[in-house]
Design a protein around this ligand. Structure first.
Ligand code: PEP
Ligand code: MN
Length: 354
């Protein structure tokens, strides 16, 4: 069984960066009795711009061995080069994580996977900084192909041009949910610290991950968060970590209450039949679009009609409003439908050489 499924939730905690021997001994003593399964610390830190604290590097490796000794818990660090992996293995680091800035690069991922061929060590793969599920899945596949059997995915949110979000990295929950569907055997660990960038929001995002039945959390925990040399705003104290864990609600997948479970099944059956109708209606709509394409093609009328599209959006959102369907949802839905309608019309023109 995967190490990351040995406790539900599987909790990894520790500072963003290993800063000094004293800090690491301090955090180890404070986390030794905490209900967590693994300790993290960054020793090579990928910073967006030069001139910031870039980690202590290899001198911190013996500190992690000390943390392991004090806590009796496995330790995990980020690696981004073949040499870093070799040093980590020489110092008996128990688990390695691939950072978000490495996952974006198939060359780097492949190089790291090649170095790990034949090594039995659990690997955690953070999502790439950009919201691209295929890159994330591809990175996981490269490690699976290299023979790594114990792999977990870390959901740490996605950067975005929109800086008005309350989160440092948008969670885009649909992406880890889709990863779960595509790779049901890969445990998913949410990193609420890098998602929020703000310690006040860490509990809320951790709870959301539990509500979605993800398998664990990676929470940046520092003895003195305000003074941290990296990510000071998002780290929490060991005492607050214990509070966070104690306050987590862990919903189960099925209800032990038979009537509730029966009611759920009953509602699901109705939902299934409504979904079948939705599919049927969409297919009928697309069939009409194809008829439209034939008339437009024969009469040299453009596929995209801006005024018509404007009318559709206004009319459908107005229809949804009294039915409590949010405007943004209706717009998104019809954007998807309209996009497909346009594709069908272009395909028709192409196939009929118009
Ligand atoms: C980190 O965990 O400290 C880190 C650098 O993470 P990410 O790769 O998610 O930015
Ligand atoms: Mn960090």
């Amino acid at each position: 069984m995967s190490i990351f499924l040995q406790n539900k939730p599987y909790i990894i905690a520790g500072p963003c960066s290993a800063e000094s021997e004293e800090q690491m001994i301090d955090i180890a003593n404070q986390l030794a009795k905490a209900p967590i399964q693994m300790i993290r610390a960054g020793i090579w830190k990928p910073r967006t711009k030069p001139g910031y604290f870039e980690g202590m590097g290899a001198v911190a490796l013996p500190w992690l061995q000390m943390v392991k000794h004090i806590t009796n818990k496995p330790v995990c660090i980020e690696v981004a080069t073949a040499q870093q992996i070799e040093l980590a293995l020489q110092h008996n680091i128990d688990c390695l994580w691939i950072g978000a800035r490495s996952t974006v690069s198939p060359f780097i991922v492949q190089e790291l996977a090649d170095v790990l061929k034949g090594v039995a060590i659990p690997i955690l793969i953070k999502n790439p900084v950009n919201p691209d599920i295929d890159l994330w899945q591809g990175a996981i596949e490269r490690f699976l192909n290299a023979g790594i059997t114990d792999i977990g995915a870390i959901h740490r949110g996605f950067s975005s041009y929109d800086k008005t979000s309350k989160y440092r990295n948008k969670p885009n929950w649909a992406i880890p949910i889709e990863l779960r569907r595509r790779m049901p055997n890969i445990p998913i660990i949410t990193d609420p610290s890098h998602i929020t960038g703000n310690r006040d929001l860490v509990q809320h995002v951790s709870q959301r991950a539990m509500d979605l039945h993800f398998d664990g959390l990676m929470v940046e925990t520092h003895p003195n968060p305000e003074k941290a040399l990296s990510d000071a705003a998002q780290q929490i104290t060991p005492a607050n970590l214990e509070k966070l864990i104690a306050n987590l609600r862990l919903p189960s997948l099925i209800s032990s209450n038979d009537t509730a479970q029966e009611k759920i099944e009953e509602l699901r059956q109705i939902i299934d039949s409504l979904d079948a109708e939705v599919i049927d209606l969409i297919a009928r709509r697309m069939n009409l679009v194809e008829q439209l394409a034939a008339i437009k093609g024969a009469n040299n009328i453009s596929v995209f009609q801006p005024q018509r599209w404007q009318d559709i959006i206004e009319n459908r959102t107005a229809q949804g409003q009294p039915l409590a369907l949010k405007k943004e949802f209706v717009i998104k839905l019809f954007e998807t439908i309209h996009d497909q309608s346009i594709k069908i019309q272009f395909d028709y023109l192409k196939n009929n050489k118009l």
